[in-house]
Write a protein that binds this ligand. Structure first.
Ligand SMILES: Cc1cc2nc3c(=O)[nH]c(=O)nc-3n(C[C@H](O)[C@H](O)[C@H](O)COP(=O)(O)O)c2cc1C
Length: 423
C-alpha cells in the first residue's frame, strides 16, 4: 500500500486531500455533506445559496445525457438553478456541519443579484462558520439576468461583487468562472483585483445536447419545450484545461490560486488539472453517476502516480506541465515522425488504412495478400491519425526525420515527443 502526502494548502486553508464536492445537488444538505466527509472527501462546496427574495422554481425533468457506443454519460446537461432549500435551513446545515466536522473544509457557495445581496450572503455564511466562500458568477440557466453567467461574463460586475464581499468578510474567497466567454482571464483578473484570493473553473457550458426527432424539440422536454442549459462531465474536461492553462500563464493572475473543475472522473483527470496548476479539484457529474465512493480510487491512484514520479508531497506536482504548453508559433516544425507498425500486434482490421485514405494523406497502403498495412513515407506527413484509430495499439512512434532543407534544433526543447507519446 502506497502512502503519500495528499494534503494541500489552498487559499490559506489546509485540505487533507485536494478532492472536493463541487457546488451542486451532490452537496445539497447536511446529510449528504456529512456522508461525503465520512467517505474521505477533502472538502465540500455546499450547493449555491441565493438571496431570500429570489424564489427558486425548478423544471421537471431537468437532466439529459450525451452518450456514445457503450458510454452512458459522455456529457451531462442540467437545467437546475441554485439551492431550493430555504436560506435559514442552509445556514443551519452549515453551522451543524462545522460543529460536527470541525476539521473538514466547508466552502459556502453564494450568489446575489446586487451588492446588498452579496454583502448579506457573505456575512451570513461567515457567521455560520464556513471556512471559505465561492462566488457563483457562472450558472448559465438562471431565470434572472442579474445572476449567474451573465455576471461572470461582465468583468466590472465581477470586480464590484468581489469588492462587496471583501467589505464584509475576512474569509478567503474564490470567484467561480463561466466558460461561456472567449477570454476567462478578464473576469478572473477583475475578481482578483476586487479582492478574491483565487478562482475556480469551470462551471457548465451552455448547450443543447440532444433533440427528440419526432417531437422536434431539445431534451429534456418540459411540457413540449426545452432550453439552452449547462453541460458538464467528461466531455468538458478539455475546455476546462484550456481555460486553466490560459489563466495560469497570465502574469496578472500569477498569485491567484485555482480550483479545477470540469469532467474529473479518474485520478488521471485529477493529475492533469494539478499538473496545469490547480491546487484543489471539484467534482459533480462523476459523483452523480458513481457516488461518493469514487474518492477512494481518486486518492489511491494519485498516490501511486506520485510514487511513480518520485514525489512525496502533492504540492510538488502543482503546475509542472504549465511551461510545456507553449504558443503554436513556438512549436518545433522541422521534423516528421513516421508511424511504426507492430505487425505482431496488428489484427489486420484495416482501420488505419480507411482513416488515412478518407481522412488524411493516403499514405497507409493495404497489402491484400498478407492483409497488413504498410506506410508509404513519400506520402506520409506524420500526423499519426493511424495510431489514434488503431484499436489494438499496434501503431506507435517510429523514425523521426528532419524535413528537407531544415537544420536540427536543440532537441531538448522538442515537445512533439510528448504529444505523440499520448497515442
Ligand atoms: C445538476 C447540477 C447542478 C449544479 N448546480 C450548481 C450550483 O448550484 N452552483 C454552482 O456553482 N455550480 C453548479 N453546478 C456546476 C458544477 O458545480 C460544476 O461546475 C460542473 O458540473 C462541472 O463539473 P463536473 O464535470 O464535475 O460536473 C451544477 C452542476 C450540475 C450537473
Amino acid at each position: 500500500m502506497v502512502h503519500k502526502d495528499l494534503s494541500i494548502t489552498f487559499m490559506g486553508v489546509k485540505f487533507p486531500n485536494p478532492f472536493c464536492l463541487s457546488s451542486s445537488p451532490v452537496g445539497n444538505c447536511y446529510d449528504m455533506c456529512a456522508k461525503a466527509y465520512e467517505s474521505g472527501w477533502g472538502g465540500v462546496v455546499f450547493k449555491t445559496i441565493g438571496p431570500k427574495h429570489y424564489v427558486i422554481d425548478e423544471v421537471s425533468p431537468r437532466f439529459d445525457a450525451l452518450t456514445k457506443e457503450n458510454e452512458p454519460f459522455v456529457g451531462f446537461k442540467n437545467m437546475e438553478q441554485i439551492a431550493e432549500h430555504p436560506l435559514e435551513e442552509n445556514l443551519a446545515d452549515i453551522r451543524k456541519l462545522k460543529k460536527n466536522y470541525p476539521n473538514n473544509v466547508l466552502i459556502a457557495s453564494i450568489m446575489g443579484s446586487n451588492e446588498e445581496d452579496w454583502e448579506e450572503l457573505a456575512r451570513l455564511v461567515t457567521e455560520a462558520g464556513a471556512d471559505m466562500i465561492e462566488l457563483n458568477f457562472s450558472c448559465p440557466q438562471m431565470t434572472s439576468h442579474a445572476m449567474g453567467s451573465d455576471v461572470g461574463s461582465n468583468p466590472e460586475l465581477c470586480r464590484k461583487y468581489c469588492q462587496a464581499v471583501r467589505r464584509v468578510t475576512k474569509l478567503p474567497f474564490m470567484a467561480k468562472m463561466t466558460p461561456n466567454i472567449t477570454d476567462m482571464c478578464e473576469p478572473a483578473i477583475a475578481s482578483i483585483e476586487g479582492g478574491a484570493n483565487g478562482v475556480s473553473a469551470i462551471n457548465t457550458i451552455k448547450s443543447i445536447i440532444n433533440l427528440d426527432l419526432n417531437k422536434k424539440v431539445g431534451l429534456p422536454i418540459i411540457n413540449g419545450k426545452s432550453s439552452i442549459s449547462g453541460y458538464s462531465g467528461k466531455a468538458v474536461k478539455p475546455v476546462a484545461l484550456r481555460f486553466i492553462q490560459q489563466m495560469r500563464t497570465n502574469p496578472k493572475l500569477k498569485n491567484a490560486e485555482i480550483a479545477g473543475i470540469g469532467g474529473i472522473e479518474t485520478w488521471e483527470d485529477a493529475a492533469e488539472f494539478i499538473l496545469l496548476g490547480c491546487k484543489t479539484l471539484q467534482i459533480t457529474t462523476a459523483i452523480m453517476q458513481y457516488g461518493y465512493r469514487i474518492v477512494e480510487d481518486l486518492c489511491n491512484g494519485l498516490e501511486h502516480y506520485m510514487e511513480s514520479q518520485h514525489v512525496d508531497h502533492l504540492e510538488d506536482l502543482v503546475g509542472q506541465a504549465t511551461k510545456n504548453n507553449i504558443p503554436a508559433e513556438a512549436l518545433d516544425r522541422d521534423y516528421v515522425v513516421y508511424p511504426e507498425i507492430d505487425l505482431d500486434k496488428c489484427v489486420g482490421c484495416g482501420r488505419c488504412v480507411i482513416s488515412c485514405y478518407d481522412g488524411a494523406h493516403q499514405a497507409m497502403e493495404w497489402d491484400e495478400e498478407k492483409r497488413q498495412p504498410r506506410c508509404n513515407h513519400d506520402k506520409c506527413v506524420g500526423c499519426l491519425l493511424c495510431g489514434l484509430v488503431c484499436p489494438v495499439g499496434a501503431i506507435n512512434l517510429g523514425e523521426r526525420v528532419l524535413k528537407k532543407g531544415r537544420k536540427p534544433r536543440n532537441l531538448s526543447r522538442i515537445v512533439l515527443q510528448d504529444v505523440v507519446e499520448k497515442i
